[in-house]
Design a protein around this ligand. Structure first.
Ligand code: COA
Length: 491
């Protein structure tokens, strides 16, 4: 039984613990949630052990909010490279406020239009889950609103031509002084150097980043690829930079600049070709089919056609129906460990022991002949039959899927990779949902905003302007479309 003395001591101890718990340091996370860190005693040690994190949530998976809840993005992006980045952040839960020029908006709203008078798919598929505010960034009142937004947001993302943000008066120095916590992320065509002032679009980046010189067939010109590795690829890189900067800010309390040049982003994706460039100094690139064909290499990495680019040779082969269907093809990889299975399937069991075919090195000089022989078999099957037969014995193959097939693929709809959304002026359309699936941050894809759809909501609810002030701003011309003549000029 506890004595009066021990009871007293326990009460005192409990009181001290309570006081220590009360004396808490508050800490801002990347978002707006406040995590209380215990400042003393056992609780402090526990907090240190937990790396300053709150207790693991007991909410059901997917019910604990979204990964970037509370993060506010001042989205100054346009065309593709920037919008891809901010759409991904919005998919992850960030509140993305897209600033657009009054009456004009992101130029892509009107580009490649398929439905008269409605925002194009170019725009709608890159700007889902965002809000739109129109502001003339060069108007004095517009500048004032932007300054409020800078104070209000965590990240500014832009992909204007070089110097455009500075010309708006939004220099890094100004932004950092206005909101030292703000992260300023930029996409530019080139990094510092001889081309830093150049404007750049997708294919320019594919060429300047080294990808085009290595794409296509040896006897043809360089080729650009359909995947937008310059724009969407760079957007992805910048999104990673922003999330990293948000994480660092938790420790440092300050923002920083994040820059990804499209040339650098493309090169990062084409890094295996820079690998091959260095290997050239030590001899021919034996896995390229040109080696087997006895064609010598030049000084630079050649175009590899459909060669695999990895250690396992591969090629694109015709399948049943190729004469009329431009996508009746399969990619076929002659992965060494399943060589025996390949020989059996294509009816060449003797190749398993024939010294000319039995080992990867022996096969290298005769890859063309090997793939021609495999093709004789694939041409008797549809690309889906090839997929079923080969995958059953672990042979890696891939059907060439058309965009039509992708749009109709039920499994992609089921996972939310392809999503149908409804839009007030264009009706239903397909978009690509979040390709990154997270168990505790579930993406709900929403349609893109109409031009300026959220202007008043953001001015009033977020920035605290009164109704009278909003009316005054409207009258000033800072958020409304310019006169018709001026609009045509701006477009
Ligand atoms: N209010 C007023 N003016 C605005 C505005 C607003 N809300 N939003 C943009 N503007 C102005 C800018 O201030 C700038 O004017 P300025 O050059 O007179 O100072 C102009 O509109 C935009 O310029 P810019 O970004 O250079 O557009 P562009 O159509 O001439 O060039 C790109 C387009 C894509 C080539 C160029 O933006 C670029 O090189 N961006 C970086 C690389 C990139 O992202 N490329 C891929 C795009 S998918």
């Amino acid at each position: 039984m506890a004595t009066r003395k021990t009871q007293k001591r326990a009460t005192a101890k409990a009181a001290m613990k309570k006081a220590a718990m009360k004396k808490t340091a508050t800490k801002r996370t990347a978002g707006r949630k406040v995590v209380k860190l215990a400042a003393g005693g056992k609780a402090k040690r526990a907090a240190v052990r937990a790396n300053g994190l709150p207790k693991p949530s007991t909410k059901a998976w997917g019910k604990a909010g979204k990964a970037l809840d509370g993060v506010r993005i001042l989205d100054f992006t346009h065309v593709q490279a920037g919008p891809t980045c901010t759409q991904l952040l919005a998919y992850m839960g960030a509140d993305c406020i897209k600033v657009e020029r009054p009456g004009v908006g992101d130029i892509t709203r009107g580009q490649l239009r398929d439905v008269k008078g409605a925002d194009s798919l170019y725009f709608t598929m890159l700007n889902g889950n965002k809000r739109s505010i129109t502001i003339d960034s060069k108007h004095p009142k517009g500048k004032e609103i932007l300054n409020r937004l800078i104070k209000h947001c965590d990240v500014l993302v832009e992909n204007f031509g070089p110097g455009a943000l500075d010309r708006m008066g939004l220099t890094w120095e100004h932004i950092h002084k206005t909101n030292p916590r703000m992260i300023v992320a930029s996409v530019k065509g080139f990094g510092p150097g001889p081309y830093e002032d150049c404007k750049v679009y997708e294919n320019v980046a594919q060429c300047a980043g080294g990808a085009a010189s290595t794409t296509g067939f040896r006897d043809g010109p360089p080729l650009v690829t359909g995947a937008q590795i310059g724009d969407s690829g760079t957007g992805l890189h910048v999104a990673f930079g922003i999330v990293s900067a948000l994480y660092q800010r938790v420790r440092t309390g300050r923002g920083q600049r994040v820059l990804c040049a499209m040339q650098d982003g493309v090169l990062n994706l084409a890094r295996v070709k820079l690998r091959d460039q260095q290997r050239l100094a030590h001899g021919p690139l034996t896995e390229y089919s040109q080696h087997g064909e006895g064609i010598p290499f030049g000084e630079a990495v050649p175009r590899g056609g459909n060669d695999s680019g990895g250690g396992q040779p591969g090629w694109i082969l015709k399948c049943k129906g190729w004469e009329s269907d431009p996508n009746a093809y399969t990619y076929f990889i002659t992965q060494a460990p399943v060589w025996g299975a390949i020989c059996d399937i294509i009816g060449k069991p003797e190749w398993k022991t024939d010294p000319d075919y039995a080992t990867p090195n022996a096969r290298l000089p005769r890859l063309r002949h090997i793939f021609d022989t495999i093709e004789q078999w694939t041409m008797t099957k549809t690309k889906f039959e090839v997929m079923d037969i080969c995958n059953a014995v672990d042979i890696p193959v891939g059907p060439i899927l058309s965009m039509r097939e992708i749009a109709e693929e039920p499994s992609l709809r089921k996972t939310g990779t392809v999503v149908e959304v409804d839009h007030p002026t264009r009706g239903k359309y397909l978009t690509v949902g979040n390709p990154i699936k997270m168990s505790d941050s579930i993406t709900e894809v929403r349609r893109s905003p109409l031009l300026g759809e959220h202007t008043e909501e953001i001015l009033g609810k977020e920035l605290g302007y009164s109704k009278a002030e909003i009316a005054e701003i409207k009258a000033s011309g800072a958020i409304t479309a310019p006169e018709k003549g001026a609009r045509a000029e701006a477009a």
